[in-house]
Design a protein around this ligand. Structure first.
Ligand SMILES: C=CC1=C(C)c2cc3[nH]c(cc4nc(cc5[nH]c(cc1n2)c(C)c5CCC(=O)O)C(CCC(=O)O)=C4C)c(C)c3C=C
Ligand code: FE2
Ligand code: FE2
Length: 383
């Protein structure tokens, strides 16, 4: 084998409060996050939404210490993964490519070229595939690859998703078990998975496998956990005026409380680091909602971060990817075992789906409403 690299993909987060607005601008400039018909409107819309949302978003980052911990945790994960692979006898460089903030994907690619990497495993730090996360990073990489003959010499493979990896499931089950056994009535506590939401149109019109993968993942974790507790899966972090996946986390928590549930064990399931949605949204906003509704114990399971079982799982995924037949960007509509999971006729890089057209119309309408909101004050939209 030649010189080997692993490129970890992640979303990125603002390191300090001044970074919030430009970070949001980058996020909303991504056509995989907001789909509008003409690229001409992408930048003005991104500017408008990032400007409108910046204050509220900054308030939230202020509550968790003035910035996102994502960079620090991702760097620790990269370091731990490198050590684990080294311990297993593999000398591998690990790089971090963030989609919307430093260190950007482009910076990682430049370093990979300087290091003359010959074999590269591209591993998103999202266990489940979504067009809005892994898909967006793959699409960016595909563009970078197509423009660079030097990169085209690298033998690369991508890992589209890895939520069914047994080590990952074991790490999640152990973290849950530990938390579950710390509450008053471990047998009665309700297990509550909270996943980051996406708009319903991603699933129904663009063929995003995200919901299916989240549902399978929750069921697989419950299988590993092997306890008879009841469980619920809900979706958090809705942004904007369109319909997102349901049930919404806040509504589901209130319903369980009204059914008499007194102890909740909450698991963030779509992301493997602590970040604003765990530290602020779950730990502060949802905790308050739960306690107001009569829940007595609100225990949140930590994200895997650098949990040794989890890092071993990542190392296994990397080694497996090096052994398997390479999966290229253009193959990412399929799973590893070549089952057609993301059917080409429904969604392909750059294809205009009816979802895009519809989201386009909604976005144009949204553009007008946003202008009105800007003139007449806030609160009209869920931003
Ligand atoms: C699997 C995880 C995630 C999915 C799916 C996802 C989709 C998605 N997100 C937005 C809008 C925002 N996301 C923001 C931050 C953010 N999102 C994720 C994960 C997923 N997003 C992470 C890990 C983070 C970073 C958190 C951090 O610690 O900094 C933000 C900014 C924060 C805020 O203002 O609330 C926005 C906005 C959309 C629209 C979307 C699907 C279309
Ligand atoms: Fe997000
Ligand atoms: Fe949020």
């Amino acid at each position: 084998m030649g010189r080997i690299g692993v490129l970890l993909l992640n979303l990125g987060g603002p390191d300090k409060l001044e970074d919030v607005r430009p970070f949001l601008y980058n996020l909303f400039s991504d056509p995989e996050i907001i789909r509008i018909p003409s690229p001409l409107f992408q930048a003005p819309l991104a500017w408008l939404i990032s400007t409108l949302r910046a204050k509220k978003s900054q308030e939230n980052y202020k509550k968790i210490g003035g910035g996102s911990p994502l960079r620090r945790i991702t760097e620790a994960q990269a370091q731990a993964l490198r050590s684990q692979l080294q311990q297993d006898g593999h000398e591998v460089n690990v790089y971090i490519g963030m989609r919307y903030w430093h260190p950007f994907t482009e910076e990682a690619i430049a370093q990979i070229k300087r290091d003359q990497i010959e074999e590269l495993v591209i591993l998103p730090l999202y266990p489940q595939f979504s067009i809005s996360t892994t898909g967006s990073s793959f699409r960016l990489l595909e563009r970078i690859w197509n423009a660079d003959p030097v990169l085209q010499k690298i033998k690369y493979t991508v890992v589209p998703s890895w939520f069914s990896n047994s080590g990952y499931l074991q790490a999640m089950a152990s973290l849950i078990e530990k938390k579950l056994d710390s509450v008053k009535n471990p047998n009665e506590a309700h297990i509550f998975f909270s996943a980051h939401g996406v708009p319903v149109s991603y699933i129904e019109e663009a063929g995003d496998p995200y919901q299916k993968e989240i549902e399978s993942c929750a069921a697989l974790i419950m299988g590993k956990l092997n306890r008879s507790n009841a469980y619920t899966l809900a979706y958090q972090s809705r942004v904007g005026p369109v319909e997102w996946l349901q049930p919404y986390t806040d509504v589901a928590i209130e319903e369980l409380a009204h059914q008499g549930v007194k102890e909740l064990v909450v698991i963030p399931i779509s992301f493997v680091s602590e970040h604003i949605e765990t530290l602020e949204e779950i730990d502060m906003e949802y905790r308050e909602i739960a306690e107001k509704a009569g829940v007595e114990t609100f225990a949140r399971v930590p994200a895997p971060d650098t949990d040794p079982t989890f890092i071993k799982a990542l190392a296994d995924i990397v080694m497996q990817a090096l052994r398997d037949r390479p999966i290229l960007f253009t193959d990412t509509i399929r799973t590893q075992n070549n089952v057609k999971l993301y059917p080409q006729e429904r969604w392909e890089w750059g294809m205009t789906t009816s979802a895009e057209v519809w989201n386009g119309r909604i976005a144009m309408l949204g553009f007008l409403i946003l202008l009105l909101e800007l003139w007449f004050g806030r609160g009209l939209l869920h931003l």
